[in-house]
Design a protein around this ligand. Structure first.
Ligand code: IVH
Length: 719
């Protein structure tokens, strides 16, 4: 292989700097014609010396089409999402929480940015060279879309050298988007060519990034703004302001509306300024983002429920649109709850076509009193589901009020009110209520630990505004809903089992239980005989089922559809217990020690795993699965409390017990409510009682209230 000529290297460099002028500075110094001429010269040299071409050459943006699907890629540091503020109060609360968490009334600088309405991506640069581009995915696992990312002209394939040396490796986080004028042009040409029109620039950007053919992505007018970092090795930053100015020096595009504020009031002014100029900003934004500028403070604040405590999205008020109510239905969910839903004359609200609007429950139905033929005002903010704000009653011949059904609209089973139970302990000697509990377990425990013959337990049903189908698995909606949830992206993620195929397989009795999905390959011949199930489609189906059998524990837990167990709770369960068997065996007490799990949810989990049908179903399913117990990832290695078991007792301040617990958990600690030999530390607040005594007797290290902050900062000092 010959050495690339100086001329070739210099043309590459010149093109790169013209690209920078054009795509980043928006200020080209040469004409398009001169640029094209130079590019032609580059291609000419490359055709004579193909061995000189490296992936970083400006000619190499559009690569070849990958074979079938994108590979998954695990982010080195998770891509979190942002909590929202909708008004001034929310914003002030955010600031107050930060001050409280940091334990001091200090001045905080916030970095302010527009909230881009695009698709989040992570770009990995090694020694300044772009090596990978990944979608956000579920925040942990994204899709490797490197070949599509490389087609975006404003994303440098090589960073510009500057005074600031390149890190060995950095995850640059940012937003891929399409500007308003480019979006219009794109849709105009789609319309002309009889192609699908995009509902909004965000969908167009996200859809373009997931094209298998990079040539298609390349034809879409995608742009990029960097808005943060993930893992960064071989370089230390002090604050966001520094990160953004280093980004600029490396030729990475950043939003020029970004600004540093030195108070929360200044943030509010920033919000108002950006809001008033929203229409003249050439890209869609749905609010602004405020981030604590200093990285050390960010680290101290940590995260909660997949959102950093140090950042918030202040959203613009939602757009409101008027439409008409065509019908009101009751839809049966996978738990059997019947939800009233209004069917609307389709309207576009904030870039999305809306034709359904949930009315949530009977209280909301009575409050709004929507009737067929009435007008309705609908609002929708960003990714939030549409909400009915107001009903405008029809003037004449108004329809009757909607009554809840007496029978399930799907299976005709009886409808029951969904009660919530409450358990009251009575002292029979005094005929007095002593204590109330929201779970029978706690009530029972209280009685047992009090050794009194005078205590009795009374279960009371509290009404809720929900009604429920009593048909259980015999109700097709409940049954199908359970499987739709099981195969969905955030659960077992079985791509090939779309609703139509899934329901066909259920109706034809191929799928009667979760395990049946994984033994479908044994029924190949029968499947191929079904209408629209050729050899190829059965192949693809079985492949995607196979792929899903390697599953992360939290996804499996989520997919079981345990009532009240959402994604975050499933993650917490997986992190704390580490295996499905341990979760199955967990007691009520073990469960309430998990963050975000209160007595009601704990009881639901215990009930789920005590149910014979569920036991049998899970037992049959497990042999088919290869459950990943995720090894300690790069970010977890840095967790300060990983492997430590910590108990908390007594009253603590200024942080609440819940806050301390969450902070410890987010850094890898296992926080328990009881003390055993395995406990490493007890955090003992005011009036710590028997637990403190027990800890002392077991030789557990005690952290006093005054030391909590320094313990959280550096637990090693206390080891
Ligand atoms: S920062 C931990 N900055 O909003 C902080 N996000 O809900 C996470 N987004 O997935 C992201 N503009 O797609 C950040 N200036 C901005 C943003 C922004 C838009 C999106 C991003 C992210 C979502 C978070």
């Amino acid at each position: 292989m010959s050495k690339p000529s100086k001329k070739y290297i210099s043309i590459q460099k010149t093109i790169r700097s013209y690209d920078y002028e054009y795509y980043i500075l928006d200020d080209p110094s040469i004409s398009d014609h001169e640029y094209d001429e130079l590019f032609r010269e580059l291609k000419q040299i490359e055709s004579e010396h193909p061995d000189w071409i490296t992936p970083e050459s400006p000619s190499q943006r559009v690569g070849i089409k990958p074979e079938n699907d994108f590979d998954t890629f695990k982010h080195f540091q998770p891509m979190l999402s942002l909590a929202n503020a909708f008004n001034e109060d929310d914003l002030n609360n955010f600031h107050d929480r930060i001050l409280k968490n940091l334990g001091a009334d200090k001045q905080i600088d916030y970095f302010c940015e527009p909230k881009m309405d695009g698709a989040a991506v992570s770009l990995i640069y090694e020694e300044g060279i772009l090596v990978r581009g990944v979608t956000r995915g579920d925040g942990n696992l994204g899709e490797d879309i490197t070949s599509n990312i490389r087609t975006i002209r404003s994303i440098p394939l090589i960073l510009k050298e500057s005074k600031s040396p390149f890190p060995t490796m950095i995850e640059v986080r940012g937003e891929v988007f399409i500007s308003k004028p480019d979006f219009e042009t794109l849709n105009l040409s789609a319309e002309k060519n009889g192609e699908k029109i995009f509902a909004n620039p965000r969908n167009a950007a996200a859809g373009s990034l997931r094209q298998l053919d990079p040539a298609i992505t390349s034809s879409r007018p995608l742009a990029f703004f960097a808005h943060g970092i993930g893992l960064c090795q071989g370089k230390k930053f002090i604050d966001l302001q520094e990160i953004f100015s280093v980004f600029v020096s490396w030729g990475l595009p950043v939003n020029n509306l970004n600004k540093l504020s030195s108070s929360i009031d200044e943030c509010l002014n920033y919000f108002k300024d950006v809001e008033s100029s929203r229409d003249s900003i050439p890209f869609e934004i749905d609010g602004v983002v405020f981030k604590v500028n200093e990285l050390s403070l960010q680290k101290q604040l940590g995260e909660i429920a997949r959102s950093p405590r140090w950042a918030i999205a202040h959203k613009f008020p939602a757009e409101e649109v008027h439409t008409e109510i065509e019908k009101i239905e009751f839809q049966v969910g996978r738990t059997g709850i019947l939800t009233p839903v209004a069917k609307l004359k389709t309207v576009n609200v904030g870039g999305v076509n809306v034709s359904n609007c949930t009315l949530h429950n009977l209280d909301e139905l009575r409050r709004l009193d929507p009737r067929v033929g009435d007008g309705a005002v609908i609002k929708r903010a960003g990714d939030v589901i549409p909400k009915m704000v107001k009903v405008i009653p029809k003037k004449n011949n108004r329809a009757d009020a909607v009554e809840p059904p007496k029978k399930c609209p799907s299976c005709q089973s009886a409808i029951a009110h969904n009660y919530q139970s409450e358990w009251t302990i009575f002292d029979t000697s005094k005929s007095m209520p002593v204590k109330k509990f929201s779970s029978s377990y706690e009530a029972q425990k209280f009685v047992e630990s009090n050794h009194s013959e005078n205590l009795s337990v009374l279960e009371e049903h509290l009404d809720t505004p929900f009604i429920k189908c009593t048909g259980k698995n015999s109700c097709p909606e409940i049954f199908q809903g359970k499987f739709t949830h099981f195969v969905s992206r955030k659960a077992m993620d079985i791509d090939g089992l779309g609703q139509e195929i899934l329901f066909t397989l259920i109706n034809k009795k191929f799928i009667k239980d979760f395990a049946d999905i994984y033994s479908l390959s044994e029924h190949r011949a029968e499947l191929e005989k079904l209408e629209r199930f050729g050899e190829k489609s059965v192949d693809n189906l079985i492949k995607s089922i196979d792929k899903s059998s390697s599953v992360e524990l939290y996804k499996l837990v989520f997919s079981l559809g345990i009532e009240e167990v959402g994604e975050t709770t499933a993650r917490n369960l997986a992190n704390i217990f580490g295996s499905i068997e341990a979760i199955q065996k967990s007691s009520f007490e073990d469960l309430i020690a998990v963050p975000d799990i209160g007595p009601r949810v704990a009881a639901k989990i215990v009930d789920h795993f005590a149910d014979t049908e569920n036991i049998v179903s899970l037992k049959a399913l497990l042999p088919y699965l290869n459950i990943a117990n995720p090894d300690i990832s790069a970010s977890e290695k840095d967790m300060k409390f990983l492997g430590l078991q910590i108990a908390i007792t007594g009253k603590i301040s200024p942080m609440s017990r819940e806050e301390v617990k969450n902070l410890l958990m987010s850094e890898g600690a296992k926080v328990t409510s009881s003390i055993s030999k395995k406990t490493n530390f007890l955090i003992a607040g005011e009036n710590a009682g028997s637990k403190l005594e027990k800890a002392k007797s077991l030789g557990v290290r005690i952290i006093e209230a005054a030391d909590i902050k320094s313990f959280i900062n550096d637990p090693k000092k206390f080891l």
